[in-house]
Write a protein that binds this ligand. Structure first.
Ligand code: GDP
Length: 454
């Protein structure tokens, strides 16, 4: 079942006859221009314009689906277009994602798996780290927030006596979306052979070298005068690459990471690369599974969620006019579950905020006072949610290709969800800059409001 579906009421496109009746309905107040646009129903260009706004890394609809939806809407076969949207959404919500992580014991595999799941080593459900026990079984770790995402801890090929092909068969290679091959100092010949076998099976792999922070530290201590971080990283990268190229025919991509600092080194680039190379329908769930550690990831999450909300709005019937004012608390109650999910996707749930507050030795309420998301419903020092909503709708209609401008009306819940996504994303970005958050004495907020609020 969809976690972020809009309320159950289904609004179907109005038959044209009904439109002229609506012109006289005082509640709707559509302008002549809007009615005109409505009648020409330029869906195709509106949908097209909407999806063009997003970077490839965040696109959750495949090119083929965009083309299909466009061509059906252009020829006014709306039912067909809706069925493509329906199926695409089903895939986006239910697509399982299985990531295989392989490497020898001690290379930092478990720590890396936890980092990718956004878990600290001491968190509940974290893969145990620092244990030397060797197992020949693969171990599944579910993502704490997204049950569709599983990371598989595979025994290193060196600890088994299998040749690469047999190793892959034994590890059920067909079940994974891609492989991550981990090493801590140097990739071994085995790893290169494994990569070669994975390519033969038409699957993707990525080389990750962990504990890069230790290499940097060591280098800095041993050569304090000539030390240059970038040079050290380039040299390590080059050494690894040359070594692997002896077995592989092409230049391998290698990511140097520290699982203790996922916003530094190549960890963010690794996340982006994985997102870019996944099939579109798998991107959404992988994106949400990433912890909000860089501004870029937060923005991609925001974009991905906005696309999903847009598709859902299209699916439940796009032509419902939006009577503003009144009933807003009711609308919010209907979306309560969705908003709680947004909180957790952006790390703004109570448990996450408590953790951050503890780390900075500050009461959680002081932290909350600096954010906007927790105060969206209160009018103190800020405009009411309804005013913000009105501004947002105005903003959307002024943006070229915005759904209102093209005559597509969404239910109020569509706009509310967008407002919440923006507020949550901006808070998450503010939390990345914790130092500013505490140093800036201005009250009450530090998190930026979305452009259209002020
Ligand atoms: P596994 O046996 O491959 O699962 O390795 P673990 O994840 O248990 O890590 C082995 C040891 O290396 C542990 O003491 C980890 O704390 C440490 N470790 C893992 N990754 C990193 C890293 O990126 N940087 C540093 N400094 N230590 C790491």
């Amino acid at each position: 079942r969809s976690k972020t579906t809009a309320p159950a009421a289904v609004h179907r496109p109005l038959p044209r006859g009904e439109l002229s009746q609506r012109r006289h309905c005082p509640q709707i107040k559509a302008t002549t221009a809007e009615i005109l646009l409505y009648e020409t129903m330029d869906w195709a260009s509106s949908i097209d314009a909407f999806f063009k706004n997003f970077k490839r890394e965040s696109q959750i609809l495949s090119e083929e689906n965009i083309i299909l939806i466009k061509s059906y809407t252009e020829t006014n076969r709306l039912q067909k277009a809706l069925s493509v949207i329906h199926n695409a959404l089903r895939d986006i919500e239910n697509a399982p994602l299985n990531i295989a992580v392989t490497g020898e014991t001690g290379t930092g595999k478990s720590t890396f798996i936890n980092a990718l799941r956004g878990l600290g080593q001491e968190d509940v459900g974290a893969a145990p780290t620092g244990v030397t026990e060797t197992t020949w079984e693969r171990i599944p770790y579910l993502h704490p927030k997204l049950p569709q995402v599983t990371l598989w801890d595979l025994p290193g090929i060196g600890s088994t006596s299998f040749p690469p092909e047999n190793y892959l068969t034994e590890m059920k290679f067909g079940q994974y979306d891609f492989f991550i091959i981990i090493s801590a100092t140097r990739f071994k010949e085995n790893d290169a052979q494994l990569a070669k076998a994975i390519t033969k099976m038409n699957m993707n792999f990525y080389f990750v070298q962990t504990k890069i922070d230790i290499d940097i530290d060591n280098e800095q201590k041993s050569k304090p005068k000539t030390f240059n971080k970038e040079n050290v990283l380039t040299k390590i990268q080059g050494d690894c690459s040359r070594h692997l190229q002896q077995t592989l025919s092409s230049e391998p991509r290698i990511f140097l990471v520290s699982s203790f600092d996922v916003s530094d080194f190549d960890f963010p680039e690794l996340q982006n690369t994985l997102l870019r190379e996944l099939p579109a329908h798998k991107r959404h769930v992988f994106m949400l599974s990433l912890s909000s550690v860089t501004e870029e990831i937060i923005n991609l999450k925001r974009d991905s969620l906005k696309q999903k909300v847009f598709l859902e709005a299209l699916k439940v019937g796009v032509l419902a006019a939006i009577p503003l004012g009144g009933m807003i608390m009711n609308d919010i109650e209907n979306l309560d579950e969705t908003f709680n999910l947004y909180k957790s996707y952006f790390g703004l749930d109570d448990a996450s905020l408590k953790n951050i507050a503890k780390k900075f030795n500050t009461p959680v309420n002081t932290l909350k006072a600096r954010l906007r998301f927790p105060h969206l419903f209160t009018q103190k020092n800020d405009e009411s949610l309804e005013d913000k909503l009105r501004k947002y709708i105005h903003h959307i209609s002024s943006v070229t290709g915005g759904p209102v401008a093209a005559g597509i009306y969404f239910k109020k819940s569509y706009y509310l969800q967008n407002l919440f996504i923006d507020a949550a994303a901006n808070d998450a970005i503010a939390l990345l800059n914790m130092k500013d958050l505490f140093e800036n004495k201005e009250e009450p907020y530090i998190s930026q409001p979305p452009d259209y609020w002020e």
